[in-house]
Design a protein around this ligand. Sequence first.
Ligand SMILES: [Zn+2]
Length: 707
Amino acid sequence: MLISIVLFVPLAIILAPPSRFVGRISAITNQLKPFGGKAPSSLRPTYTSFRPLTTAAMAPQAFKTPPQAPPTFTGTPQSIIDDTKRLIDQSRELQDKIVAEVKPENAAFQDVLSPMAHDENTMALETHIIGFYQSVSTNQDLRNSSTEAEKLLDDFSIESSMRDEVFKLVDAALQKAEQGKTKLDPESQRLLEKEHKSYIRNGLGIPAGPKRDRFKEIKKRLSQLSIVFQKNLNEENGGLWFTGEELDGVPEDVVSGLEKGDGEDAGKLKLSFKYPDLFPTMKYAKNAETRRKVFVENENKLNQNVPIFKESIVLRDEAARLLGYPNHAAFKIEDKMAKTPKTVDDFLGDLRKRLTEGGAKERKALTSLKEQDLKDRGLEKELDGNYFLWDNRYYDTLMLTKDYSLDQQKIAEYFPLQTSIRGMLEIFETLFGLTFVEITGSDRTSISPSGKAEDITWHPDVQVFSVWDSEDQGSQFVGYLYLDLHPREGKYGHAANFNLQPGFIDEKGNRHYPCTALVCNFSKPTPKKPSLLKHDEVVTLFHELGHGIHDLVSKTIYSHFHGTNTVRDFVEAPSQMLENWCWTPSQLKALSHHYSHLSREYEVAWREQAKEGEEKPDVKLPDEMIENLIRTKHVNDALFNLRQLHFGIFDMTVHEPKSHQEVEDMKVSELYNQLRKDIVQIDGPEVLGGGMDWGMSCSLHFAPWSL
Ligand SMILES: [Zn+2]
């Protein structure tokens, strides 16, 4: 399913997965409101059994001085553009030189691919950080420059991928290797084959002439369409006006943050379609009509993207056929693990078969809950036997609270951010034989290449760790890990892992160690509470940390294959497997640490808000709460996965037409809604007489670059 639900992200970024608790993203972005004051430094917990992470001062001698200095983050709006142009010029000159000096009859891996691969390695040391500023810098100009620099790099990448004279040399080098004239190590051989293939996939396999020109034209048009599509998405600014009464049930912290109307909207509140407004409303708004409006209008909010989407799938189909593929799906899946559309279709079909019955049962139980709820509220007149798309999150949430006594807020009290991180790193230390050493204070100064402690991070909030193989694994340096955990203005809004520098072996045979960063948006600590993680946030953090560890422990010759730079249908596997620790009772117990045990101040603050006579909680999460939580893991799981499956099946359907005419004739909105109805089997507005040609939230998911 991964292929179908991945949004467009630069390769270095790995997003959080879709969550069973769909509120996750909302829970995180909810915290985006800037924190009013600076947390006093006395908040550093020093109470009871809390053991801080290993710091350089506490670390054994072998772990004190990393053999590679960390990168610095001193870019300015001008310097990063200059650096980008310098890197592009160098790279272009190198390609020119190869073309000038190497003749196809002599072309071999060592003279063609090897220098370009080393160039790619050294370029990545700077370009990832240049592109990173747009997601983390507090300086708007620097963020803009970073975006601008990325565009320059993209353009250069397109230019390079279409250089016919370089392709001829790569082609000759491949033939030489295939004839056994050169013997390559497996990774070099793979690089040669992948690069060769990528030139062909970029149109150089088509003989020069009208067909190749048409292919180039399509690529250019697709690139323009994707920019407009994304721009519409970024600038979407709609919403709906509601009275306070219509929003009954929506949490107060959401309602109090809504824009207040004047004029004809006086007395009303504007609910936007952004996650922090949207999800709590779908989960908690008692008024079904409110939920219906929000659901339908949210699906309709970007209808201008539907024709863009349609044009894109038509062009993709044409391009794939020009390259000799039966359709776009075959083209895209060929170099993934799945290899063929059939593998994907069989997989999705099998899942569908297995999930359908469970989905029907869940829908039945939720429908009964709806009936009971309406009766309890004296709303029998609304009883019509239907269970709508806009009912689903509401009754799912109600079921979790009612039948499973799940109190997410209470559970969060046991997961203060810093103790959770410590616990997670300990799990990784045990699993993978690693040691994490936090670099703080004067240790930052001593390892900083500029001698300035502040230069080795991009913001004072950022934590830095040197990562090592543990002593029994040989105490080798592994790389640097950065944690940037709290929201601030202009910062990337979700949770993601960014590679800042890849690992590789340089021309002299020396290893360059990787640097990787987690960028998240957990609430900041306040004088009364540390940052507390809801369980789904614990999962998110663990998931992202899994990507970070994957990025750190990877060892490749070429940065091209480093870490999470792997095939798209594998990249989520390590993190998803690791998530299971967050559903294991013993690990949940070990990770937990009630915040009232962290410091005297927190204990006092906890008492202030506790009910009279309430006993101070144990340090560890009680077994009963763990059981309740784990019981919810699969509640309404089939319905959740059927919804995911709908995205996947739709994605495959639009990209696998039997003929070009078929995609030309495709009515994408109707197809989208009809497939959802067939797969998820939950009623939409068509039951109320609306037909199938309505909104298409795929405008969010199926950017022209998807699949
Ligand atoms: Zn992920």
